[in-house]
Design a protein around this ligand. Structure first.
Ligand code: HEC
Length: 229
């Protein structure tokens, strides 16, 4: 009788243990498959279709500086020249002779003491530039255009020939009044109408400030060519 009870108890425990083992095995195999290295259980990485880190394409900027001497390096030997606009126009004007052509380069010394070279087209760009003499100032050529029937003082500032021919060309005179001062820039009509305010002349209320700096032309290696023949 005792033996029977013991058999039932051992039988029940065995059945229970076998059942539990089988149950765990079924769960393991259904989750991991028939393997001992269960790597299906590792969390998978979800990837967004849009890259969130944009690959860097810009060159690395040089952020190093001289700790001993934190002053910025002086702007010498840069690839353009800095000069007050009125001096720049004056440098061109002073070099013009009856033999000069539109294609001739001209030379000047800029704010940093560099020898510089520029072209007539750089001067023309200033005469075509609105706001040269302050906010809302009109470009010279918006009044002094190539149409002499409307251009004030019959002065055409829109071309080399127009400027060289001068002002007040009534009755289609081939040559007008010189505006370039014949080598004396500060005596010229052009300087006078750029740098001196004329409250009573429409378009000339504002002046071109003497310290309005522009970046123009390029440094010129070697000594400046002197006196044009
Ligand atoms: C709003 C129109 C207007 C604009 C813009 C203008 N001017 Fe004039 N300019 C005049 C008028 C008007 C006169 C005087 C005409 C007269 O006296 O018969 C004049 C006269 C001149 C004269 C004198 C010519 C002479 O023989 O007396 C020069 C030089 C001149 N302007 C240059 C310039 C320059 C350089 C600019 C640009 C910085 C400029 N003007 C912009 C209207 C204008």
């Amino acid at each position: 009788m005792n033996d029977d009870v013991r058999k039932y108890i051992f039988g029940a425990i065995t059945v229970f243990l076998v059942g539990v083992t089988a149950w765990i095995s079924i769960i393991y195999v259904s989750a991991c498959g028939v393997t001992l290295a269960c790597n299906r259980g590792k969390p998978s990485v979800d990837r967004t279709p849009i890259p969130t880190l944009i690959p860097a394409t810009l060159p690395v900027s040089d952020v190093s500086w001289d700790v001993e001497n934190p002053e910025p390096a002086p702007l010498t030997n840069s690839d353009t020249c800095r000069v007050p606009a009125v001096n720049f126009i004056g440098a061109w004007a002073a070099l013009q002779t009856p033999k000069s052509t539109e294609a001739d380069p001209f030379y000047f010394v800029d704010e940093d003491g560099q020898n510089c070279e520029a072209a007539f087209s750089d001067v023309l760009a200033l005469l075509n530039q609105p706001d040269l003499r302050g906010a809302d100032s009109l470009a010279c050529t918006s009044c002094h255009s190539g149409d002499l029937t409307v251009a004030p003082a019959q002065l055409d500032l829109s071309s080399f020939t127009g400027i060289m021919t001068g002002s007040r060309r009534e009755a289609k005179k081939p040559k007008g009044t010189d505006i370039l001062g014949d080598g004396e820039w500060k005596e010229s009509l052009l300087y006078d109408h750029l740098a001196v305010a004329k409250p009573n002349v429409p378009g000339h209320e504002q002046t071109l400030s003497a310290d309005y700096l522009i970046s123009v032309g390029r440094p010129f290696a070697g000594p400046l060519p002197t006196a044009t023949p």
